[in-house]
Design a protein around this ligand. Structure first.
Ligand code: ATP
Length: 205
């Protein structure tokens, strides 16, 4: 393999927006594989409010099972402490070798905060950060990023912004709707929907 995407998140639950974005980015960057990495302890989220890791991991496995392009890794599930992206990328660099190009996938909402990520300068060199944006013209304040990245790294980061059609799904919205007993079928792969129902996750309060 020469071009591999890594897609981390809390995936609470994984939804069609994630899968759509992954497909669009794989096409755009000619990726041979996208590895989904549910995180036990995302650094920027309140862990106590997350659904237990085993459920989130299982839902990701179910969602990617029938797509050869997609894979699942438990690397960000099985380690303790905050799952910093730089550690994940360094792990895959070691595992896959120096010749593989790695792409770290994020949604546009993260781009505004990425200057706060651990060793973002190293991360910018270790992989190509790919941002799924609604529109390239979306205004972004680069001032914070300019403090931590070189001009060359900024150019590379900007080149990784891709326009993906807006899929208006979010895990937060899905959890809220499930708690109200509303249908979420159109936003979730069927096996994930069935798993949520069978295991009574996100039950109405
Ligand atoms: P939550 O609503 O709980 O914050 P989420 O739907 O954003 O969750 P995450 O698991 O946090 O899901 O997302 C993993 C990655 O996928 C993040 O980088 C996020 O920005 C991106 N992402 C999530 N939903 C979409 C979407 N509909 N379109 C584009 N990117 C998305």
């Amino acid at each position: 393999m020469e071009r591999v995407g890594l897609f981390g998140g809390s995936f609470d639950p994984i939804h069609n927006g994630h899968l759509f974005v992954a497909n669009a980015i794989a096409e755009r960057f000619e990726l041979e594989k996208i590895i989904f990495l549910p995180s036990a302890q995302p650094p920027h989220k309140e862990t106590s409010q997350l659904t237990p890791s085993t459920h989130r991991a299982r839902m990701v496995q179910l969602a990617v099972a029938d797509t050869p392009l997609f894979d699942y890794s438990d690397f960000d599930m099985s380690r303790t402490g905050p799952t910093y992206t730089i550690d994940t990328v360094n792990h895959f660099r070691k595992e896959l070798g120096e010749s593989v190009r790695l792409f770290w996938i994020i949604g546009a909402d993260w781009l505004a905060e990425i200057h706060t990520w651990k060793h973002i300068d190293q991360l910018a060199d270790a992989c190509q950060i790919v941002t799924a944006a609604r529109s390239k013209s979306q205004e972004l304040d680069w001032s914070q990023l300019r403090l931590v990245l070189t001009e060359e790294q900024l150019i590379q980061l900007e080149s990784g912004i891709v326009e993906t059609p807006l899929i208006d799904a979010s895990s937060t919205n899905i959890r809220q709707r499930l708690r109200k007993g509303l249908s979420v079928q159109s936003d979730l792969p069927k096996p994930v929907c069935d798993y949520i129902e069978a295991n009574e996750i996100y039950r109405p309060a």
